[in-house]
Each structure stands twice: as C-alpha cells, then as structure tokens.
Design a protein around this ligand. Sequence first.
Ligand code: AMP
Length: 210
Amino acid sequence: MKIILLGAPGAGKGTQAEKISEALNIPQISTGNIIREALKSGSEVGLKAKEFIESGRLVPDEVVIDIIKDRIAKDDCANGFILDGFPRTIAQAEALDSMGISIDRVLDINVADEVIASRLSGRRVCEACGSSYHIEFKKPAVDGVCDKCGGTLIQRKDDHPDTVADRLKVYHEQTEPLKEYYKNKGKLRVVEGQDSVEQTTYLTFCALED
Ligand code: AMP
C-alpha cells in the first residue's frame, strides 16, 4: 500500500506513520528526518537545506523531489511505503504523479492551529534517534533522556515559538491546497486528530480501511 500523510507540522503525522509502518510492515519515509540527518552529516543536501529548515521555510522542491526519488527506488519500498511530510507543495505532488507512483490513500490529520502551537513548543526530540516526546503530554522516564536509545532530548530550532508561527503560515499557504488536489482524485480521508494518540490511531486505521 502506498500512503501519504498530510497535516500541519505537529499534527501527529510522524507518530501515526510509525504505527502504520509497524502494522503494515512498510517503510516510513520522513523527508524532515532525512533532511535533518543530511544536516548532521554535513552533506551537500544538508548544506542546501540548512537555512530553510532552520527558519521554518520549505526546502526547494527540486532538492526534496530528488531525495524522494532516490528513497522510493530502494528495495524495501517494493510493497509500498508511507510518505510522512511529502508532498508539501502541488509541484511535489505533480512530481510524484510523473514518477508513475499510484497512491492508494491520503490521510489528512486535522488539528487546530492553537493545539499545534502548544504541542510544538513543548516537543523535545532525541538528537540520536529522532524519537519525539513532550514536556507535559509524553514525558520520558528520565528527564531529558530518550527512553528508546538513551540519547539526549533537545528542542528543535524550528520548534521555537517564532518559527512555529511561520511554519503554520507556510503550511496553510503551500501544503493545505493538497487536500483539494487529492480530494479531487478521490483519495483523501480526513482524520480528526484527538488529544489521545491511541484514539487518533484508531481513527487513522478506520480511514485506511474505508
Ligand atoms: P518536518 O520534520 O516534517 O516538520 O520537516 C521539517 C522541515 O524540513 C520543514 O519545515 C522543511 O523545512 C523541511 N521539509 C521537510 N519535508 C519537506 C518537503 N516535502 N518539502 C520542503 N521542505 C520540507
């Protein structure tokens, strides 16, 4: 199955992508994670992306499209994949179409801007494995330490309140039009994001079967 997860930053795409990936045994492809890894390693892609990611803007389409082309060509994608954070513009969606990729389902996780802002400002991520926590709603067992790998938890630069407002603006202007794009193709299902991850997951799986 080939699935796209849409939704504002902080809507819970990553968490839901992880659950689907485990249940269906298909890889989760997160462009945000791939770009952050590239930044850490100091690769060419990382250098091209740095100023964009840190200021909450979108990395240029051609850079992200190349990343996805390479990733989707790998063997583990033969039975499908979940795109988490791609496409984010109409041009990226069109690029996917022109690669001949036929998407089965597009899920939009819908969460109000005010809720997103509070989730992102309290989010902490593991600098080693990328796992996500929240200072109030999803605390690690030991403060500042990742439950999964023991790595240090940090706040992403783009989760600072000033940058969050910019990211939401970018989302509404550039990514939200994708809902209409996939609705017109009959692929879109809307999942109303809940406070509880378990409840959102339940709705996500209902939407996949629908
Ligand atoms: P995320 O972790 O999905 O919130 O992505 C973090 C940042 O990575 C975004 O704010 C963008 O700067 C960049 N990014 C991730 N995916 C894309 C994409 N599909 N198109 C452009 N930029 C992206």
